[in-house]
Design a protein around this ligand. Structure first.
Ligand code: SAM
Length: 285
């Protein structure tokens, strides 16, 4: 694993490179796919992100943080509403695009949101599917909580359980007819926070109050080509190498038949919580 160049650029604790594997995956594997599929992926995720944006209800003048901001699309919307937002991500390539397209009032930071010591306090923290990749979610959520002002709000979406998410399950079913496919893990990754009760406990343990975690069922609007380039299916096809590429047109056809023209669904969890009204000292990590 080569993480030295990244740790050199990243504003994270140099004593131990936390989240090294996810930082490597996002930079070396996922970034190219997200750059290629930016349009369709953004279109798919937009309705989920809007639900979290409405839950946060940003107000003019508030200082906001967008965690795992990617290309900064949601950061732009937060800037439009509040005029003052910081987007944080671990992929330099994403942030270069975000900075080039930055809206007035938006700025960006290359840093690991789990370990970065935010010197300022935010009125609100937002994330569209950027919170599921922490090795130590308890430490990450405690860090984010301590970056909020008293009564500051958190609103985010993460994916719900894999068995409820057809966009992941249907491609897996089709692929399994042809190749080995691993079950999606519950560690750092798309389904890392998919256990609703565990997520509520995590928020409480990190010092959040008024925590609410509610399922959010929406159409996952993506064509078969995109579905086979996301999540576990993408990993299985990558591992299958040239044989996977040879099979791709057939897999797309089989997936089209399995879907049968209906709308594929995705179940996210809409997360809302607040920092306590009375400030508590930052947790020492
Ligand atoms: C599923 S993408 C979502 C991107 C963006 N929020 C969107 O909706 O388009 C997850 C993002 O989280 C970022 N990420 C992963 N681990 C992170 C960490 N520890 N700190 C900050 N960002 C992280 C990834 O680089 C990636 O941009």
């Amino acid at each position: 694993m080569t993480i030295a160049p990244l740790s050199g650029q990243l504003s994270c604790d140099a004593r131990a490179v936390v989240n090294a594997e996810q930082i490597r995956i996002w930079n070396e594997v996922n970034a190219a796919r997200w750059l290629k599929l930016r349009g369709p992926l953004t279109a798919t995720l937009t309705p989920y992100g809007e639900a979290a944006m409405d839950a946060l209800a940003p107000r003019r003048g508030e200082r906001l943080l967008d965690v795992g901001c990617g290309f900064g699309e949601t950061t732009t919307e937060l800037a439009r509403r509040s005029g003052n937002v910081l987007g944080v991500d671990v992929v330099q390539q994403f942030l270069e695009i975000a900075r080039a397209e930055a809206a007035p009032g938006a700025s960006y930071l290359l840093a690991d949101a789990q370990t970065h010591r935010f010197e300022e306090r935010f009125d609100g923290i937002y994330s569209r599917f950027g919170l599921m990749f922490f090795e130590d979610p308890a430490a990450a959520f405690a860090n984010l909580r301590s970056a909020l002002r008293p009564s500051g709000r958190l609103a985010a979406v993460v994916w719900g359980p894999p068995e409820d998410n057809e966009w992941s399950g249907l491609p897996m079913q089709v692929l399994r007819r042809h190749m080995p496919v691993r079950e999606p893990g519950r560690g750092p990754g798309p389904f890392g926070l998919s256990d609703r009760a565990a997520l509520a406990r995590l928020l409480a343990g990190a010092g959040f109050v008024r925590a609410d975690v509610a399922p959010l069922r929406l159409p996952f609007a993506a064509d078969v080509s995109v579905l086979l380039q996301t999540g576990v299916a993408a990993a299985a096809l990558r591992e299958a190498g040239p044989e996977g590429e040879r099979l791709r047109p057939q897999l797309e056809q089989e997936l089209r038949e399995a879907i049968g023209g209906r709308a594929v669904e995705g179940v996210a969890l809409l997360v809302q919580a607040s920092a306590p009204a009375v400030d508590t000292p930052r947790r020492i990590q």
